[in-house]
Design a protein around this ligand. Sequence first.
Ligand code: SAM
Ligand code: SF4
Length: 438
Amino acid sequence: MAKHYYIETMGCQMNEYDSDRLSRMLEDSGYQRVGDPEKADFVLLNTCSVRAKAEQKALSRLGRLATLKKKNPRVLLAVAGCVAQQRGVDLLERFAGLDLVLGPREIGNFRVILEKVKEGGTRVAAIDARGKPVSFFGGFEYFKHTVKAFITIMEGCNNFCSYCIVPYVRGRETSRPPEELLDEAKNLILQGVKEITLLGQNVNSYAYGNTRFSGLLKSMNELEGLQRIRFTTSHPKDLSPELIQSFARLEKLCPHIHLPFQAGSNRVLKAMKRGYSREKYMELIDALRNARPGIAVTSDVMAGFPGETEEDFELTLDLIRQIEFDNLFSFKYSDREGTPAAKMEGKIPEAQKLARLDRLQELQRKITLKKNRELIGRSLEVLVEGTSKKGQGLTGRTATNKVVNFINDKRYISKLINVTIKRASFNSLWGELTSEET
Ligand code: SAM
Ligand code: SF4
């Protein structure tokens, strides 16, 4: 009888990529995917621990999934991702129903570990391989019928920003060989993928032999059949002039950059150990806008870092006003055990952090809405991804990564078409077809 697996993914795109690799390996081992954990023989939760809230959410979900064992003692329960790496064996002690704890760098060994767990009677915490490189995925059928795909090009981070848990759970930076990445991309293209997003905690410190990130982008740009290239995330301190010029030179590289700034005050940036100033950040944005006029800029920012004064926070708001980001991911600072910031003095009360976050989000809402409304009347190229969430039409993204919904004609799925924007809200644009496939 066929075995079934259920997988749930929390957190970032790198976790999504990892979940795809894990799904693929489970399917190779004869499992079929189901959408209900109660119907599964193998249940896997892929977790995030970047903020305390994400970790609590993962632990409470794990607690609920562990109760499945009461109904069906034969079900196997596994936890992967950053919480698995960070908490390790403790999780086996805390959740009696848990069979496997799998750190992000152990995914390449998952097939072997799975066999061990399936034999039963062994509970495994596989979290030792932090220094190992990311293993080649192999086989690509899993991505069939999708128009967009991710490729993780590097793992880990060497930056140790003072607030961040990532270097402790994802290990040191390790880049994958360019040949392997290009092979993976070619296979995805053969499966019908038109847009590839290159992933890494800090993609612009990608380095393998003599290949740097801008070199990798150039090679990707030459791949026949590929229509769009994106990447995320970049670190301002490593954004090289060559990479900025890539936006001018490479026609497949989408005019969008996600460049987290975190704070607008130099004092706070220093305490965060970010390695750049607000002036340097603004210079980078100018250079990017000169290299590719109209480039969309999105960013991450935090409110309430320890010691952040009202003046510091005003500088963050000022930077947001000056740059006018297309969109912002904003977070309340959250203490992560083991990071230097968790031990800093001058912690900001929760209510104040929340009030600052609200002000910041209100400001950004207005800017995003204004920028989206400016697009009304323009004809934009959209890569059609499928039917929209509400099911009333099709949905796709512009090269600048904005969501566009429009009339439903399934012929256009996975095509690049031009859409004239008719309406704009904070979250998305709505339009009508301008012309057939470009
Ligand atoms: N490597 C990316 C970079 O440096 O920009 C970011 C990776 S991190 C997973 C994503 C975002 O989470 C960060 O840009 C930051 O804004 C936020 N973040 C990280 N640690 C945080 C913390 N302790 N509290 C609140 N937000 C945090
Ligand atoms: Fe975390 Fe900083 Fe590394 Fe980004 S660059 S993952 S924020 S330590």
